[in-house]
Design a protein around this ligand. Sequence first.
Ligand code: PHE
Length: 306
Amino acid sequence: MRGLKDFPIEERPRLGEQLNQLRRLLEEQIEERLKALKAEKREKALNEERADITLPGSRWERGRIHPLTLVMDEIIDVFLGMGFEIARGPDIEDDYHNFEALNMPRDHPARDMQDTFFVARDRLLRTHTSPVQIRVMERRKPPLQIIAPGAVYRHDDDATHSPMFHQVEGFMVDRRIAFTDLKGVLTHFLRQIFREDTGVRFRPSFFPFTEPSAEIDIQCLLCSGKGSTAEQAACRVCKGSGWLEILGAGMIDPEVFRFVGYDPEKVSGFAFGMGVERIAMLKFGIEDIRLFFQNDMRFSRQFPSF
Ligand code: PHE
């Protein structure tokens, strides 16, 4: 078309007309071919890329209730059955509630038993659930019958110690609460959690916030208290002693009552604390505490769930 100007002027209209016809023809044919190619491509894709709707889909992995939650719920259930109510306190505590008001003044050697994570000058990760005792007694009057479940933290890390673990604290305060009440409540609790005929032993011990204090053992779940099994002279679970330490407890120290403004001449009470991981490990025969915190479904799947 650019060459049209080289032709004599009277021939140009006819030539122009012919060129336009030619161009339309080419355009039509290209359009047609394009359509055919597109249709062909679509046909091919439909045949070759067809989704197989009979293939099974990929499933979501189903979650389970964590074994610690199972055990925690079971513990809470037994105490609710005895009329206890649930209280909670902060994971980040101050020195006063975690130590001072529990009769552990600064520089008291008993603080060494609970190697502490400090997060600021007067702020620490609670090393036990006992500060919840203080917080509840500060704002309420007896009678009290409370459990306090929750996470606690200690600078400790091996097969049986985790820097974060769980405790259930419990306490009862009223007029004339006696050591026999503590024995009755804890013996019933342990026989609900372990076996109806489990042997229970109260051993003298020491805690700054209870007097007298006791550690409570149950008869070994593997050797039934014999200390040895058919396979081993010294039972692998209780190391031959026949007993397993489960709880710390005692009668609330008069000093603690003074800190919260109770009159120790008028009220008395008991308190106890237990480690949830330890109970779960004994119940399920788990030998490494770290398994609880690795989030491996092959582990979690092994526990009863619903
Ligand atoms: N708080 C104690 C601990 O963590 C356990 C305990 C609680 C002992 C209540 C006596 C009374 O070691």
